[in-house]
Design a protein around this ligand. Structure first.
Ligand code: COA
Length: 260
């Protein structure tokens, strides 16, 4: 696939998607969101891809937000559509993928950038990363799920303060808040992501996808997460991975999961 705003690479079971607009600090314009949708969809459907990384090009930014120049003239209707389309194509889409998505936060993750990181299944960051939801400083609110996912991750009080002040927190504060799982120097960030992906890839990809569904169910209105867990737990017993995993354990050998 020929992309203008992103790069994709596959190596050792990992598809890395890199937002590549460094002169605009990788801001998310409409075209980039559409390309990201296609790239995430293709990676999720690719049987060889066991983990997806999302990151930004350059050493300064993961993503500095939605592209402000694109929506500055929008009216009420355009604004609502922007949020709805973005959530559908990218943010909800990423959260519900069956392949694990790790946000590799290599610099500023602001507005839509932090929202993309939060829609990913978990986040790691470099020491230079800075995170925030600055929307109210522009007279708007987070529209790509930020008002919902930030309180889920850091608690309502911290989320309210971050949203109201429009301020940025540094990587270590983000780790204290539980917003990112690990913080390392920039040059150690990708090696750490690969190390974590290596651990994930040793396990059953089918079971992992069912676990994602079950964990996400906790955050969906009108869905009983415990019931989802029971259903997905039961479904595991019909998979080849389950047969292989339990047989390998009983035979005291390493499992070689077929991913089915
Ligand atoms: N949308 C559009 N363009 C953006 C952008 C965004 N969200 N964030 C950065 N850019 C562009 C700048 O306009 C600038 O472009 P130019 O060189 O053509 O003028 C370029 O990226 C570099 O940004 P700059 O502001 O010069 O870098 P800086 O190091 O001085 O500041 C930030 C970095 C992240 C603090 C600053 O760019 C910023 O505040 N960005 C907006 C963050 C934001 O409010 N995001 C939420 C959007 S809803």
């Amino acid at each position: 696939m020929d992309y203008q705003n992103i790069l994709t690479a596959f190596n050792n079971g990992i598809t890395t998607i890199t937002i590549n607009r460094p002169t605009k600090l990788n801001a998310l314009n409409k075209a980039t969101i559409e390309e990201l949708h296609k790239a995430f969809d293709a990676a999720d459907k690719d049987a060889d891809t066991k983990v997806i990384f999302i990151t930004g090009s350059g050493e300064k930014a993961f993503v500095a937000g939605a592209d402000i120049s694109e929506f500055a003239n929008f009216d009420v209707s355009n604004g609502g559509q922007l949020a709805a389309k973005g959530q559908e194509l990218l943010f909800d889409f990423v959260e519900n993928l069956s392949t694990p998505v790790i946000a590799v936060v290599n610099g500023f993750a602001l507005g839509g950038g932090l929202e993309l990181a939060m829609a990913s299944h978990f986040r790691i960051a470099s020491t230079n990363a800075k995170m925030g939801l600055p929307e109210v400083s522009l007279g708007v609110i987070p529209g790509y799920g930020g008002t919902q996912r930030l309180p889920q991750l850091v608690g309502k009080g911290r989320a309210m303060e971050m949203v109201m002040t429009a301020g940025m927190i540094d990587a270590n504060t983000a780790k204290d808040y539980g917003l990112v799982n690990h913080v390392v120097e920039l040059e150690e960030l990708m090696p750490l992501a690969e190390k974590i992906a290596g651990k994930i890839m040793r396990n059953s990809s089918v079971a992992i996808s069912k676990a994602i569904t079950a964990v996400n169910a906790n955050f969906k209105d009108g869905v009983n997460g415990y019931e989802t867990e029971i259903k997905e737990f039961g479904n595991c017993f019909g998979t080849e991975d389950f047969k292989e995993g339990t047989t390998a354990f009983l035979e005291k050998r390493k499992a070689n999961f077929p991913g089915k």
